[in-house]
Design a protein. Structure first.
Length: 300
């Protein structure tokens, strides 16, 4: 049965998509794992790392995207998640164990559409039911294919709105990607508090409805795009990483593996393949392989 892991941060540009993509590819290539990518971000960057625009357009026109899942919930129509799974989007023999649920820019207003399904509530049980139903759409749908994958990796949008909350409520754990700069340092505590609050709200709603409560899910943090000079981490990133590792809730939760700010990652993205294939001898090929191994140990 698959483990579902979300890659989150309320900030954009912090390597969520690149890390989701490379860890998923690493799990498939080096550990023979069956992977389902879920692109929950309307920017569709993970989708376009896996397939070109023309193929995406054909796939979405014929079968839909993750937006179709949420639209079906809003409209109250039957839906099978198998419909929107894009089988083997990556054109490489070593990546044939990877499938994708693509995204679509039409996902941008999903929060407004989901909120529009809220009905007036007169009891605490009705409030709890609405809370869970709006945030369990993805979890309920993914349950249909859990036995077909080893890992389901969700690339979340840079916010904590309903699409991200659906991902977190579906997840067995989550990974926060961080740039080792001042803003990431101050933001990680806010992110931790907000996610913890969301999961407490889920637990409370489950208790109100007499459901089995889900225990807190594990999380880890990974530093990416670290500035390195002459094979040595620059002073500012080193100091910022030390600050985060020293936070009470971060102790023992930061990956040892980091990725470095080299052009090999950008070149790999342009060629729509992981750095393991495009630049197999590069530093970040080694870095992401180490990060993949560490991911497997932390989310076995």
């Amino acid at each position: 049965m698959a483990r579902i892991i979300s890659f989150i941060n309320y900030k954009g540009g912090v390597g969520k998509t690149t890390t989701t993509f490379h860890i998923g590819c690493g799990l498939a290539m080096f550990h023979n794992k069956r992977i389902l990518f879920v692109d929950a971000d309307p920017q569709t960057n993970l989708t376009f790392l896996c397939g070109n625009f023309a193929n995406w357009q054909t796939q979405v026109d014929a079968n839909g995207s993750i937006e179709t899942l949420y639209r079906s919930f809003v409209e109250g129509t039957p839906f099978s998640i198998r419909t929107i799974i894009w089988g083997h989007p990556l054109n490489h023999a070593q990546l044939q164990h990877i499938d994708l649920i693509p995204s679509n820019i039409t996902l941008l207003d999903i929060d407004l559409r989901l909120q529009a399904t809220t009905k007036p509530s007169t009891t605490i049980r009705e409030i709890a039911h609405t809370h869970l139903s709006q945030r369990s759409i993805l979890a309920n749908s993914l349950s249909e294919v859990l036995d077909e994958y080893d890992y389901i990796l969700i690339d979340c949008p840079p916010n904590l709105y309903l699409a991200t909350q659906n991902a977190l409520y579906a997840s067995d754990g989550y990974l926060v990607t961080l740039l080792p700069d001042f803003f990431s340092t101050i933001g990680v505590e806010f992110l931790d508090r907000r996610v913890s609050q969301l999961l407490r709200e889920r637990s409370l709603a489950q208790q109100i409805l007499d459901l089995s409560t889900i225990t807190p899910i594990p999380f880890f943090l990974a530093f990416v795009r670290v500035n390195v000079t002459a094979a040595r981490t620059q002073i500012t990133p080193r100091e910022q990483m030390a600050i985060v590792r020293g936070l009470p809730r971060s102790a023992g939760r930061c990956f040892d593996a980091i990725t470095e700010d080299y052009k090999d990652i950008r070149e790999a993205a342009e060629r729509q393949n992981p750095v393991f294939i495009v630049s197999p001898g590069s530093q970040n090929s080694q870095n992401y392989r180490q990060m993949t191994d560490e991911f497997l140990r932390n989310f076995p």
